[in-house]
Design a protein around this ligand. Structure first.
Ligand code: NAD
Ligand code: SIN
Length: 454
């Protein structure tokens, strides 16, 4: 298939697999019954080898991510480092969640043991092409599953490199992880394949809801990390808030699920608007590799740039129009004042400002969305934050910190159309194995039965 390189706008031919290749891959993983029988120490050893390879190939991975996504070098390096550090968090999560208390009673022990799901599919997005699939692959493998990875069709370079590193990490053992390349057609085929036992998806709500229905029909579990139309509420403000707004709305050129798309400002702080627009005009935006000291690079999807430049929304007034600033996906962020309901995730650098007359109105506006991923509340009052925490419908609720910037040591996921109420992140381990109750005794003891005459 052909995709456009976001840095240059030039067409790129990428190799994809056929349906029969996908079938063969799934069959091979399903036949690999030895992985589930290895000990957690043996599995950890392979994951550590992979981490070592990521460290050794840190610059190569950075270059591959930047080539695929246009992220500045500094930003791709933070993604590689996040992938490197993810193993520590995954091992901690495993210890924390896989060790239920045993209960000893006379003549028996009651234990909770875990079984892997089997062969699971990890379907990834383009915006964190290494870190996001890695955050699902590590707990899935550690729990004893085999994994078929279907990376985004827009991240061919880093996905091929990751595949190679996994092959090296497997050494001479039958590999428990394989990659299949293609677009949503192959993704759908994998989800619906009879031998897939679970689906871990990160991407748009539209695709996620289709996958959720397919998994329900097959009665297999799925983890869904989907889109957002996130609100950032400004109740109190100082000059320092301007950079918080920029980091929330425009980091990664607005291509993070956690980006603030609606900035809800109490009218008493209307002054922020001009200050923010001025600051955003100063952002340096360049394609890779020219963007070493830039804030952001291009948007990846050509249709997103097109929509940013042309799409008109009802009830809005332009404050900063999007501007085409070069080949590929280069575009200056767009900011509008919005006076009506608007519930669309445009996955790029676009923010809608809404003005409110009270904190209650801000909370109500924030909840007027079918999405529920992240929300930040800026206020000096802990009481107001606590009230917001109970009122806001979202999976991530921050106080005086940006909507973006997830930690590996906390759950990450959403409610409503942003997730299936069971977050990933630190909690991803919970999706990877089934807790099985087992009451055990090493001897057949007599059981006295009431009402039975000897
Ligand atoms: P996308 O939904 O277009 O594609 C994601 C992946 O799913 C790709 O690999 C694609 O080929 C595959 N796919 C698409 N339709 C499918 C289907 N019906 N069946 C099986 N596979 C299918 O998303 P994208 O454009 O790659 O990523 C951007 C979206 O991802 C945004 O909506 C963003 O908010 C969301 N996202 C969410 C999170 C999160 O953790 N909640 C993180 C990153 C991105
Ligand atoms: C994302 O997964 O798209 C965002 C995570 C973050 O904000 O760090």
């Amino acid at each position: 298939m052909i995709i456009k390189n976001p840095n240059t706008g030039r067409n790129m031919q990428i190799n994809t697999h056929s349906i029969s290749d996908a079938n063969n891959t799934i069959e091979a993983l399903k036949e690999n019954t030895s992985w589930a029988l290895t000990t957690v120490h043996q599995r950890t050893a392979m994951l550590k080898r992979f981490r070592q390879l990521l460290k050794k190939n840190r610059d190569q991975c950075q270059d591959a991510i930047s080539k695929d996504t246009g992220k500045p070098r500094w930003e791709s390096l933070t993604e590689v480092d996040a992938a490197i550090h993810k193993l520590d968090a995954t091992l901690m999560a495993y210890d924390y969640r896989m060790n239920y208390p045993d209960h000893q009673s006379p003549q028996k022990i009651i234990q909770t043991l875990h079984k892997p799901l089997g062969c699971v599919a990890v379907i990834g997005p383009f915006n964190f092409p290494l870190h996001i699939p890695n955050g699902q692959i590590l707990p899935a493998l550690l729990s004893g599953n085999t994994v078929v990875v279907k990376p985004s069709e827009y991240s061919p370079t880093i996905s091929k490199l990751t595949e190679k590193l996994w092959q090296m990490a497997a050494q001479n053992t039958p590999t428990p992880i394989r990659f299949v390349y293609g677009d949503k057609v192959i993704g759908k085929h994998i989800v619906n394949h009879a031998k897939i036992d679970g689906v871990f998806f990160t991407g748009s709500s539209h695709a996620g809801l289709v996958i959720e229905r397919a998994c329900l029909k097959k009665r297999i579990p799925c983890a869904l990390e989907m889109g957002g139309n996130n609100a950032l509420i400004v109740e109190d403000a100082t000059d320092d808030i301007i950079n918080h707004l920029t980091m929330s709305a425009f980091i990664t050129a607005g291509q993070r699920c956690s980006c603030a798309r609606r900035v809800i400002i109490n009218r008493k702080h209307e002054w922020i608007i001009d200050e923010w627009v001025k600051a955003v005009k100063q952002l340096s935006i360049n394609p890779y590799p020219k963007n070493d000291n830039s804030f952001m690079g291009p948007v990846v999807l050509p249709n997103v740039k097109y929509e940013l430049l042309t799409k008109k929304f009802n009830h809005t007034t332009p404050l900063l129009p999007a501007k085409d600033i070069g080949a590929g996906g280069l575009v200056q962020p767009r900011i509008e004042l919005c006076a009506g309901p608007l519930d669309k995730e445009l996955f790029g650098p676009m923010a809608m400002i809404m003005l409110s007359d009270s904190f209650e109105e801000s909370l109500s506006l924030a909840n007027q969305s079918g999405y529920g991923l992240s929300c930040s509340i800026y206020t000096q009052s802990k009481k107001k934050f606590q009230h917001a925490f109970h009122t806001i419908e979202a999976g991530i609720i921050n106080w005086n910190t940006p909507t973006t910037g997830a930690s590996a040591y906390a759950p990450f996921g959403g409610v409503k159309n942003s997730g299936n109420f069971r977050p990933g992140g630190f909690s991803m381990i919970d999706h990877c194995a089934i807790p099985i109750a087992s009451t055990q005794s090493n001897h057949i003891h007599p059981i006295a039965i009431k009402g039975m005459h000897a």
